[in-house]
Design a protein around this ligand. Structure first.
Ligand SMILES: Cc1cc2nc3c(=O)[nH]c(=O)nc-3n(C[C@H](O)[C@H](O)[C@H](O)COP(=O)(O)OP(=O)(O)OC[C@H]3O[C@@H](n4cnc5c(N)ncnc54)[C@H](O)[C@@H]3O)c2cc1C
Length: 114
């Protein structure tokens, strides 16, 4: 289990949709605050949050937007984990071909390091 040194932030917002994200960004812009994004918070680098900033918690921004069985392509919101994707795809007889060693991390984080 990973443990980060605590960084004191102003507020953590759990977002569920684009409007929620826009709301946090609007506040940050108005109050000149920095914003960081949190997936499952397992990063080992300890660089994920700004002291005194706002945090957007993406873990409930995790809906499946569509699965195309023909192309075997799934569209998800970026807080979805590999496990959530696999759980959704399994009843269709589909499996994730490539992922990290653990399935508890979010896709959003994966995309940012590509
Ligand atoms: C036991 C263990 C094993 C690990 N093994 C590996 C490994 O083999 N290879 C490897 O590369 N890493 C490894 N890591 C590191 C881990 O893979 C990453 O920390 C993990 O992918 C983090 O996912 P997370 O959802 O917890 O992201 P977080 O820790 O929540 O975020 C990590 C970074 O991604 C950004 N981010 C997260 N979500 C989004 C989003 N939706 N949009 C934009 N930015 C976003 C954050 O701002 C932050 O900078 C390991 C970690 C652990 C605890």
């Amino acid at each position: 289990m990973s443990r980060l040194n605590p960084v004191e932030v102003r507020e953590v917002y759990e977002v569920h949709d684009i409007e929620g994200i826009r709301g946090v960004l609007a506040r940050a812009q108005k109050e000149h605050l920095k914003v960081s994004i949190a997936g499952k918070r397992h990063s080992q680098g300890q660089q994920t949050a700004y002291r005194g900033g706002l945090v957007i918690d993406m873990t409930h921004f995790n809906k499946v937007l569509g699965l195309d069985q023909g192309t075997r392509t799934i569209r998800v919101q970026s807080g979805a984990t590999w496990k959530e994707i696999q759980d959704y795809a399994s009843p269709y007889g589909l499996a994730v071909e490539v992922q990290q060693a653990s399935n508890i991390f979010t896709l959003g984080r994966e995309c940012t390091r590509a």
